[in-house]
Each structure stands twice: as structure tokens, then as C-alpha cells.
Design a protein around this ligand. Structure first.
Ligand SMILES: [Zn+2]
Length: 137
């Protein structure tokens, strides 16, 4: 992970609004059923259609609060609209996002999702300890 993304994710955890977004059981299930590659595709599709254009009529309201794990990730990472992208990520409003910015926005979203998945991984007990010389005769 780049230091820039690491830093911004850290700053975001200090915002009470941003840090209230968390993946729930349904989101985690969705990710595990669809697979991370599909989620990645969805993320870039949402960015291309709702975030990248120079003018977005309903900017600030184009990203639902839930209904897809990527939507939650966008609110959590302030990539939900161009106003938030400008405020938190210093990406200028009122122009088309360039390829580098699209990539960056996707990276931020996916990094947050990955962290959430790791955090919510079911804890597995190490029950396969090798037993040597414990067999009773
Ligand atoms: Zn926003």
C-alpha cells in the first residue's frame, strides 16, 4: 500500500462520520460469494459512472448509504462524491478525473474493503498441532 493511501485512511478513522461505516454480515457474504475481483470491477464501474465525469448533477447524493459494500467503502473513504474527493484527497472538482486519479480512488476503496474483510475474518483455532510421540501403545 502506498504511504499516501495509508495516511489518508488513518486520517479518515479520526472522523466520526467516516468511521461509522462498517461492513455488516450481508456485505461480507456478498464479497465472499462474488469474489474480490468482481467487487473491484463494481468499484471501477461506480467511479466511472458516478464520480469521474466533470459535471455530476446530484453530486453529494449519488452514492447510497448502503446496498453495496463499495457504497459503504466510498462513504468511509470520502470517495463518495467530488466534493468529498476534493476536501479529503485534494482532487479538483468540475473536471474529468484522469486515469491516475481513477486508479487512486479505486485503490483507496479496495484497500478499505480489504482491511474490513481481514478485520472480520472468522478466527480459526489452530487445531492441527502435530503430535509427536504421543501415541499410546
Ligand atoms: Zn461525499
Amino acid at each position: 500500500m502506498s504511504k499516501k493511501i495509508d495516511d489518508v485512511l488513518k486520517r479518515l478513522t479520526q472522523s466520526s462520520f467516516r468511521s461509522q461505516f462498517k461492513l455488516d454480515e450481508k456485505d461480507l457474504e456478498y464479497i465472499s460469494v462474488r469474489g474480490f475481483d468482481t467487487i473491484k470491477k463494481h468499484a471501477y464501474d461506480f467511479i466511472a459512472r458516478r464520480i469521474a465525469p466533470p459535471v455530476i448533477k446530484n453530486d453529494g447524493k449519488q452514492t447510497p448509504m448502503s446496498g453495496h459494500p463499495v457504497f459503504k467503502a466510498q462513504h468511509a473513504t470520502a470517495t463518495c462524491c467530488r466534493k468529498c474527493l476534493e476536501k479529503w484527497h485534494k482532487i479538483k472538482i468540475n473536471r474529468q478525473l484522469n486515469q491516475k486519479e481513477i486508479q487512486y480512488t479505486g485503490d483507496v476503496i479496495l484497500e478499505w474493503l480489504e482491511k474490513q474483510c481481514v478485520k472480520n475474518q472468522p478466527k480459526r483455532k489452530k487445531d492441527k498441532k502435530e503430535k509427536i510421540g504421543t501415541e499410546k501403545s
